[in-house]
Design a protein around this ligand. Sequence first.
Ligand SMILES: *Cc1c(COP(=O)(O)O)cnc(C)c1O
Length: 436
Amino acid sequence: MTQNIDHNHTLFERAKRVIPGGVNSPVRAFKAVGGTPRFIQRAQGAYMWDANDQRYIDYIGSWGPMILGHGHPAVLKAVQDAALEGFSFGAPTEREVELAEEILKLMPSMDMVRLVSSGTEAAMSAIRLARGATGRSKLIKFEGCYHGHADALLVKAGSGLATFGNATSAGVPPEVVQHTLVLEYNHIGQLEEAFALHGDSIACLMIEPIAGNMNFVRASVPFVKRCRELCTQYGTLLVFDEVMNGFRVALGGAQSVYARDIPGFEPDITVMGKVIGGGMPLAAFGAKRAVMEHLAPLGAVYQAGTLSGNPVATACGLATLREIQKPGFFEDLSRKTRLLVDGLTRAAHSEGVSFCGDSEGGMFGFFLFDVLPQNYPTVMKTDSARFNQLFHGLLDGGVYIAPALYEAGFVSAAHTDDDIAATVAVAHQVFKSLSK
Ligand SMILES: *Cc1c(COP(=O)(O)O)cnc(C)c1O
């Protein structure tokens, strides 16, 4: 590296000429926090290095998939072996069957899964399946939950319960979102009212059980219980979007976490992604046999993909799922994640900074508040100038968290207690400046 030249800046300028905003996914552009995005050169274990060869402790983990850290030897070996056998065949392979069997073993609420290439595709297909299986059009989603960027899901709440949502993106015709009802997260009264009004025509209710796209907000146990009861009562399919939570908050996903408090709890459809690909483009959706049999080629709901169940991606995902099943894996990951959140909280409080956090398994969130928010409007009351100061202070200190206050964070198996102590020490200095 040449001194004085900021290679991140040079690359960003070059990127902006040929890629809209210089990025291939908007949040990477640092628009919310300001400054220049770091162009990553390479990563190993818990660390990433940018174009200036600056090292960061990585708490994004590619937004969730890298639960083992970067370059895990068993995963690398599986990917290298698979690549030598061929990149893609457009014909079935044994590894797809193995991955499907592995997923079903870990999440017994499903009898069958279909593999796809992104979480967006999985959520979009799950909705088509729910509509096809029920013969209904309407769906419920919650404000602050993200389920990918399919047209019907880019919606914000309308003016009242009787009115359906408004598109949050240009290019989405009103006709496409007119069936989507957007409700407040954790609001049981509103949920009951929506079912009373529209229950018989709602195909599915889709929810991020531990929402990671509004930082970190748990659906309360009574709320999930009521979702389940109302869906059963009205013949609506309950869709758990576990793209982020699955194989991350616990081996059995968020559904296993809720089943601890709600005996026998199961969603009807599960949407998965992120960890199941281990960093490769791979996602899935699954349900009981009676629902899945509506999918082509068995049934009338069409869904397909040239690269679906890609042999290199499935090798990566399988190797990842095998590692996370090793004894003590989630115990240790959870312990380290709690260590981080507790350390940050103590450091903030010692400087008189309002701060609280929460975690489940290897996923965490924190807020510059005294109490944990329960819904999106409360999350968005965060003082963004203070968050941005915290973000840039951490980044300058070699700690990389998500460049937006509404995103969750991730700890990997590669993070050591020393990495966490170093992170807390950097944060402590930033909290000092925030307390002034
Ligand atoms: C990331 C995410 C998606 C979308 O997945 P992509 O692979 O980015 O399309 C959907 N739902 C949730 C909960 C997610 O976190």
